[in-house]
Write a new protein. Structure first.
Length: 254
């Protein structure tokens, strides 16, 4: 067993997704707050004012509207004043209530992501949150989701007894796999041998597929070059048949 320290942290792509989702949801929530508390109530108020103005000035309301609108800071064209009912305003409250908490949660997750890690050094396993355990403290390694989702859970009796979860979608895959295999080799050699064999077989299949793809690509390029050469040869052959390329002495005799 190597004494080298191997640490896995959250993958850059995963952190970027956290930040992007948090930012989009937070901005959308702020937009909904503005619409629900400022824009839509103002539009509803202006629409009601237009309708009242029409009732008060049934014959010449449009002629007098520009002056009245200017005094209120409203659009000159009354058609631009939209009617916003209570459902429109309520829908903005609902959207803000959904997206703002989501945005805040993802944003906080993004800010805290830099401190999340799992590492192994010698026979000691450590993780963020103060969790620490020797490989001998491991009581179980749950691989039920590892083969399908890349998630493994390490149960232990060490410090901070909450399980240490390895997720190769969230964490850097190569170092995550190394930590799992090291812990598994110490805790359950038989399961380690089985998983290692599966990984080697998968790597062999991937290599074979890569070779097959490369061969197919090479064959396709060769076929394309052959077709191009045939197409370039056709005009020359046709010109010869038509006599366009007859030798000079033949043309002189004619």
């Amino acid at each position: 067993m190597s004494d080298e320290r191997v640490r896995t942290t959250l993958a850059p792509g995963y952190k970027a997704r956290l930040g992007l989702i948090g930012l989009v949801c937070f901005l959308f929530g702020c937009w909904a707050v503005y619409d629900g508390f400022v824009k839509y109530p103002g539009e509803a108020e202006r629409f009601a004012a237009v309708e009242a103005w029409k009732a008060e000035n049934p014959n010449d309301w449009r002629d007098k509207w520009n002056e009245h609108a200017a005094s209120q800071g409203w659009p000159d064209n009354p058609i631009e004043v939209e009617n916003r009912d209570s459902f429109d305003i309520l829908s903005q409250y609902i959207m803000a209530g959904i997206t703002l908490p989501i945005g805040i949660w993802f944003g906080l997750s993004f800010l805290l992501a830099g401190g999340r890690y799992v590492e192994i050094e010698g026979d000691e396993l450590r993780a963020s949150g103060g969790r620490k355990a020797s490989l001998g403290d491991i009581t179980a390694i749950d691989l039920a989701k590892w083969r399908t989702k890349g998630i493994a859970k390490i149960e232990h009796n060490g410090l901070g007894k909450s399980p240490i979860v390895l997720d190769d979608w969230k964490y850097v895959r190569k170092s995550t796999t190394h930590i799992l295999m090291t812990a598994l080799e110490a805790h359950d050699p038989e399961a380690h041998a089985e998983l290692k064999a599966e990984q080697e077989a998968a790597a062999a299949r991937a290599a074979e597929q890569a070779q097959a793809d490369a061969a197919a690509q090479a064959q396709s390029e060769q076929s394309a070059q052959s077709d191009q050469a045939e197409q370039e040869a056709v005009p020359t052959e046709q010109a010869t048949e038509d006599g366009a390329l007859e030798p000079a002495e033949d043309r002189a005799q004619v």
